[in-house]
Structure formats: structure tokens, C-alpha cells
Design a protein around this ligand. Sequence first.
Ligand SMILES: Nc1nc2c(c(=O)[nH]1)N[C@H]1C(S)=C(S)[C@@H](COP(=O)(O)OP(=O)(O)OC[C@H]3O[C@@H](n4cnc5c(=O)[nH]c(N)nc54)[C@H](O)[C@@H]3O)O[C@H]1N2
Ligand SMILES: Nc1nc2c(c(=O)[nH]1)N[C@H]1C(S)=C(S)[C@@H](COP(=O)(O)OP(=O)(O)OC[C@H]3O[C@@H](n4cnc5c(=O)[nH]c(N)nc54)[C@H](O)[C@@H]3O)O[C@H]1N2
Ligand code: SF4
Ligand SMILES: [Mo]
Length: 645
Amino acid sequence: MPDHQSNEPNTVCPRCGVGCRLQAGPNGVRANGVVGPANPNGRLCRKGIGALETPDDRLEDPLIRQNGDLQPVSWPTAYERIAESFEEILAARGPDALAFLGAPHCTNEENYLLQKLARILGTNNVDNRSRLCHVSTTRALSERVGWPATTNGLEDLTDADVIVVAGANPAERQPIAFNSFVRPAVTDGATLVHVDPVGNRTTRLADIHLTPRPGTDALVFDLLSARIVDDGAGIDREFVENRTRGFEQFEASITDLERDETRLAAGVESSALEEIADRITAADRVAGLVGTGIENSAGETNASGALLNLLLLTGNLGRRGAGLYVLRGLANEQGATDAGCVPDRLPGHQPVTDSRARARIASEWGVEPPSTPGKTATELLESFGNDVRGALVVGENPGVSKRDPEWVRERLGALETLVVVELAANETTEHADVVLPAAAGIEKAGTFTNLERRVQRLSPIATPPARARSDFRILAELGGQLTQNPSAFEYEDVSEAFGELRRIAPPYAGLRYDDLGLEGERWPAGSPGALYRETFETPDGRAQFGSAQPPIVRGSTDGFWLVTGGRSSGSHDAETSSELRINPADAREIGVDADETVVVSSGDVSIRVTARLAESVRAGTLYVPAAVADPFLRRDVTTVSVDPA
Ligand SMILES: Nc1nc2c(c(=O)[nH]1)N[C@H]1C(S)=C(S)[C@@H](COP(=O)(O)OP(=O)(O)OC[C@H]3O[C@@H](n4cnc5c(=O)[nH]c(N)nc54)[C@H](O)[C@@H]3O)O[C@H]1N2
Ligand SMILES: Nc1nc2c(c(=O)[nH]1)N[C@H]1C(S)=C(S)[C@@H](COP(=O)(O)OP(=O)(O)OC[C@H]3O[C@@H](n4cnc5c(=O)[nH]c(N)nc54)[C@H](O)[C@@H]3O)O[C@H]1N2
Ligand code: SF4
Ligand SMILES: [Mo]
């Protein structure tokens, strides 16, 4: 136990999905780590140490827009204004004219209330946009093995023999998990493979850095499966036979795969593929860790699906140290989805189309949730001002997003009523008609579910501004008033709401708020770290193979492929250095020297940055931090040109 640890209350770090435990330091400025399951050394990263800082300009009072300006009012006045506006919209256009956006910074109980409010009002228009950070991975998992979640526990990574990290930088983004579980495994002899067109801090620990052409990870994993199928030794025949379905079709698609053409499309060396395939074949346990870099544009091949095929082929699921980890970003990204802030899923990932699930919920709520899926966060934003006229946004900032800022402003402005529950003013509150001041993560009770499905309890370790209220209290009060069904939103405390969640959401069954203690507990209750030890959560209990995917050539061939990373969540540590990283050979070819200022452009958009030369950048690609490349990202630009300034 670190010697600074005291008996003061401790809570879960609200800054990322790892879920380290912390408490207020002696002077109340810095947070101290407390030994917890995600930070077994009691350490915190830089972000965690700063977790006690909330925005300087905290909101103190509810605000209502009057004559163009936001003016402080009392809570009842603010609630009344919201109720009036929402009732008008409901009467004129029905419940699907409302949108509810939340709340991966908020607790499970708060997310539960938000979706309950939407659904009792009669709409499934509820989503959380951080869900989109890992959408293809979670979809592949839920369709083919069962739950849209990491399959294993963090601690089992220490037993892995091969760890494949793709499209992520956990050394920097989930540093405590990386240092506590990945680093020791590697020190113990595990092979770390980093698949990323651009090297980053994670690459420094890697044994093999594979730099495929951006967007071609699916091809890389198919090629690895092909080598293992060709060689035969790495196939886990017993696992394939007893635990999976669709192998013949997968094998046939792999047999048909044009090896050379695919390899050229991915732009990887066959020697590197061979080396990785050999290590996977020799390994007893292989784990895949995936981040946002493999989440390609819609319609492209599914990298996680291909990685899942590789893990199934080699029997690397359902055991300690063998599985697929979703490197989730925000503190309660997993929980927001688990609790049902998803347009097509009820709490516990039950489809809204499942009449038995709806009936079970109706017996708890007294009202049945609607059966048609709602719109996603992206679709909702597009519908603002058209089909959707009112929105309640809880702890999200759609005013900043990977879209043209003018367009976003217009969409937000087109709403009749925008209600924002926030800690501080931001780009979204500028458009709000009502703003409600909320308590921050360190100021409240409830539970977060981390990136390995661990449900942990929060305790307040700081005090919110005098008139701010917890999102839980706000949503309960608003819920009672807007639905005119106060009893559906009457809770003694958050633990009662947790109790309701666990009755409704099957994966949470058996978890008890009072028993969560300092260790928390992973869902489903009583399960060891690895899910699917005996059976998969699919109708026949088997995991489903997919097929090899056809080679794609992405983008145009002239110019450089723009690779970005380091997107931020809130104000936490966006990479903001105005630097471009380029392969030295490319720089030579276009006549750019190290540390020279260059102009990166596409059409009429351009940025000025300093060129840094780095061998770890794939030739033909450029790396620019997402915050700096923002003007391109917002316009979906993927190829750019570079010229000396
Ligand atoms: N310090 C800090 N940590 C954070 C956050 C923060 O704001 N600050 N935010 C949190 C949040 S919300 C999130 S979502 C996570 C994000 O965590 P990560 O997903 O790890 O995010 P990035 O650091 O952007 O890493 C993405 C990587 O994908 C690579 N990449 C791009 N295109 C491709 C491709 O086609 N194939 C492959 N294989 N790789 C590609 C990029 O080069 C980059 O290295 O971080 C969380 N952690
Ligand atoms: N242009 C651009 N777009 C991006 C990104 C980017 O870096 N640049 N990053 C992308 C990524 S990875 C993600 S995950 C998303 C993140 O998208 P969002 O979740 O929308 O953004 P954040 O800024 O992380 O958080 C939103 C707000 O939550 C508030 N908040 C924090 N805690 C609480 C709380 O307990 N209660 C309440 N009510 N509010 C709270 C903060 O004050 C903040 O204003 O954005 C994505 N889009
Ligand atoms: S790794 Fe994540 S949860 Fe842990 S201290 Fe850092 S920001 Fe907080
Ligand atoms: Mo994220």
C-alpha cells in the first residue's frame, strides 16, 4: 500500500475507462492513488493525479435563455420551463421528436434514469456518442460471441504469451492498465505486436511493429489467419470443432484469399507476417487489444471481425490471457451502454424488439418501452430541427465533434428546445435554452463500469458548488415531472436505482451495491475474468466465424494518407503540438527538412505545422494530432498534400 494512502473515502477515477481508485490528497489539490483492481500498485497517471480539478468556471445555478442571454433562475422555474417546452413538442409531434444524449461521464444509475425517462415518454431516441468510438468492435463481439464488451479481465493479460495491440496507444491513453498488466507480461517474455501505420509510445515496448496501409487491418488479420490455415499447426481443432460454427465457410474464404494481392493492398512484408503467425502458433494464450484507430468509415472491412476470426481459429477465447479487449476511452463508456443509453437496446443489451424483455421492463416501470429502434447520436444530430425538435443532453458536448462546426452550430440552433446538464459552459451550452448545473464524478455516489466490465462504487470526495445537483437527482426530478409519473422516479438513493438496473439488465443480475466494496465486481456476477469459458452467449452457445474480406484500396493514390490520433475527451490532454510526423524518405522526396515549417492542405483547407522525421511512420502516410488536424477531420479529408511553407 502506498504510504500516502489514508482512511479517507476513495472513489473511481473519472478520467478514463481503466477505473483506477483514488482519494483526495492531503491538500485537496492532487489526487492520490488507492490500491484497486485496475491500479494494483496504487499508482495514478498524470490525468488521474489531476482528477480533483473540475472546470474553474463551474455552473452554480440553473440558467434559462431570456432575450438571448442565459439568466440564473431557481430549480423549479428551470424544470417548469423544460416541462412546458417538452410537452408542447410531445403534443405537436409525439415522443420521437425528442432526443436524449448521455452520458459516458455519468454513473450507471444516471444513465439508467436517462434512458428510462426517454422510454417512458415513448421514444428510443437515446444514445451516447462515445459508443461510436468502438462501434465496429462491439458490434462484431455482440453478433458473434455475445456481449459488446471486453472478453477478459485486465489481470489475465499478465498470462498472455502474445499481445496484439491494433489502432491504439494504451501506453499513453490507458497508461496505468498498460504499465500494470501489459508491461509485466512483456517483461516476462510475452511478445508485444503493435499494428499501427505510425509508431507511438506503445511501439517502444513492442517486439514487432507492423505498419499496414491505413484502413487495411482486416486484411492483415486475414493474412495471419491464412498463414495459420496453410501451415495447420496453429489451428486449435478441438476448439473450432466444439465451440464454433461457420468454420468451413471461413476456411473456404481464406483458401480463396489472393495472398499476394492482399499483402500488396495492406502493404506489409511477408516476413513480418510469418514472424507474427509463428509466434501466435507457438503461443498458448493470445490477447488482442483494439482502440479507435481500427474503426474505419462505414462500409469498410471490419478489422475486429477479422481479429476475432484469428482468435477463434487459434482457440484464443474463453481462457485466461486469451481474448479481445476493447480499449474504451471514457470512464463509464461501457456502463452507459450496459444501462441502455443505446437506441436499439434496452438495459443489459436486450434488443428493443424483444417483446419478453419489454414485458419484463413493463412489470418494473408500469409502462412498456417502445419497440421500434430509435435514432443513433449521429442520426439525431442530423434530424435536429426537422424530425427532432427538443433534446436533453447530459454531460456530452456535441458542439465539438468530427463535423463541420458551422453545420453543428446550425443543427443545435435549429432545435426548439435544447436542455444541457453540464459542469461548465461549453460549445453546446451556447445553444441551450436551459442549462442545469451538475455535480462532477468526484462529487457523487453511484457506480462506473470500467473497460473490463468491472462495476465499481464511487463515493464523493469533493463538494459540488452550492446549488449544483447530481445528475441522478436532476434526472429523477425531471423524470417525475416530464412523465407525470413521479413514482417511477422515486428513489431513496442511488443504490435503489442500481437494484432496479440489476433486476432488469441480465448481465448485472446478482451484483449487489452494498457488496461491491473496494474491488468492485465484474459482470456477470461470479464470473472469473474470462467470459465464455464453457459457452458463448449466442443462441446455440457457439462462436460464429466470419469470412475473409476482399482487398480494398482506400482513398486516392496521390498525396499522403492522413493518419490522426490523440483525440481528446474533454479538456484532458489532447495532443496539441503543431507537428507533423513524416517518414524521412518521403520528406527527402518532397524536399522537406527536419523541423521545417510546412503547409498541409486539401482543397481550400490548410494548416501550418512543423515537420518531424520519424522512421516509424509508414511511407506515404503523415501523422498529425487530431486536435491539429481537426479542420480536415471535420470535412472527412483523408488525403493531403505537403509543401514547404
Ligand atoms: N491522456 C489521455 N488519455 C485518453 C484520452 C484523453 O483525452 N487523454 N481520451 C480517452 C478516449 S475518449 C479515448 S476514445 C481513448 C482513445 O485511445 P486510442 O484509441 O488509443 O487513441 P489514439 O491515441 O488516437 O490512438 C489511435 C491510433 O490509431 C492509429 N491508426 C490510425 N488509423 C489506423 C489504421 O487504419 N489502422 C491501425 N492499425 N491504426 C490506425 C493512430 O496512428 C493512433 O496511433 O483514449 C482515452 N484516453
Ligand atoms: N473535434 C473533435 N471531436 C471529437 C473528439 C475530439 O477530440 N475532437 N473526440 C472524440 C472522442 S474520442 C470522444 S469519446 C467524444 C467525447 O465526446 P463528449 O463526451 O461529448 O465530450 P467530452 O468533452 O469528453 O465531455 C462532454 C462534457 O461532459 C461534461 N461532464 C463531465 N463530467 C460530467 C458529469 O458528471 N455530469 C455532467 N452532467 N457533465 C459532465 C464536461 O464538462 C464536458 O463538457 O468526442 C469525439 N469527438
Ligand atoms: S489510467 Fe485512467 S483511470 Fe487510471 S489514473 Fe489514469 S486516467 Fe485515471
Ligand atoms: Mo473516446
